[in-house]
Design a protein around this ligand. Structure first.
Ligand SMILES: [Zn+2]
Length: 141
């Protein structure tokens, strides 16, 4: 097999594994503990949002800093080999994210993005309480 195939395969495998990754679990557990109820990995919405809170009109994406190119983040560094391959892959992800967010906004959803690095221990509590506030402020009664 050539290099490209093995890279594609490991990418696909990481996509499969990522359906219930640790950062997502941290966020879901927290929201649940705060009494919020949600659906996860909702495939009939653009981008298959990780968490959907219908009552609050809000979708949450928990994004890996590398795969979704977190600007200015120390966890995002272009790989030094196969540059063209990674450029195409990562920039493709970013473009798809932007398209999905635009579609969701058109459908009237409020979008909150949580980055993996924001869930590191020293900043986790702050990130989660900010997220909670952003969600409950969207409640329409
Ligand atoms: Zn980051």
């Amino acid at each position: 097999m050539d290099n490209h195939d093995s890279k594609t395969r490991s990418y696909n495998m990481s996509k499969i594994r990522s359906s219930d990754t640790k950062p997502e679990q941290i966020v879901r557990k927290y929201l649940f503990s705060k009494g919020l109820r949600y659906r996860k990995n909702v495939r009939n919405l653009p981008g298959c949002p990780d968490i959907v809170l219908k009552k609050y009109n809000t979708v949450v994406f928990v994004n890996g800093c590398f795969w979704h190119k977190h600007e200015g983040c120390s966890k995002f560094v272009w790989p030094s080999s196969n540059e063209n391959y990674w450029k195409k892959k990562i920039l493709g992800n970013v473009k798809r994210d932007e398209e999905n967010y635009a579609k969701l906004r058109d459908l009237g959803w409020n979008i909150v993005t949580v980055w993996e690095c924001e869930l590191k221990k020293p900043v986790r509590e702050q990130t989660l309480s900010n997220l909670y506030i952003k969600i409950i402020s969207q409640r329409r009664d």
